[in-house]
Ligand binder design. Sequence first.
Ligand SMILES: [Zn+2]
Length: 169
Amino acid sequence: MPEEISSKESSTTIFVPDTSAILTGKIDIYSLNSIVPESVLNEIRKGKESRIYNDGLHILKTATPTHQSVEIVREAAKSSGDISFLSSTDIDVIAIALEVKGVILSDDYSLQNVASKLNIAFKPCGLKGIEKQIKWEFRCKACGLRRRERVEFCPVCGHVMTRYPVQKQ
Ligand SMILES: [Zn+2]
């Protein structure tokens, strides 16, 4: 769950996540008060990460936006110039948030832009935050020595050191 979502807020607000918001794994989609667009769910089912979610996806509350709210969003996206950057799934996310007065969870700039045009609240999910948090480690493939600081050659056996990302705890 993004840090900006307080526990009080998450109990009263309906969140509408886009596909990548769910796939970041930063959102606990099962405990969040959310409505997931049917098209988002379909994208997750098709994706390679689907095995992580397949077991529980059916418990999520889903919705399909009305034709009318999709048209409102499409018109707003046309006038802001974002229409060519939005997928039909993106439009569904905005349309459902419009219908339920929900808060969109997305890092997509065009999606956020159209949301603000329609006075829909949104929260980024911190994909960029995740990138910043990557720590690197240097490993020797020959003898297995690990160093946190950058070294070109292994001080033990002289082999070239290789950089690996280390998951931040
Ligand atoms: Zn070595």
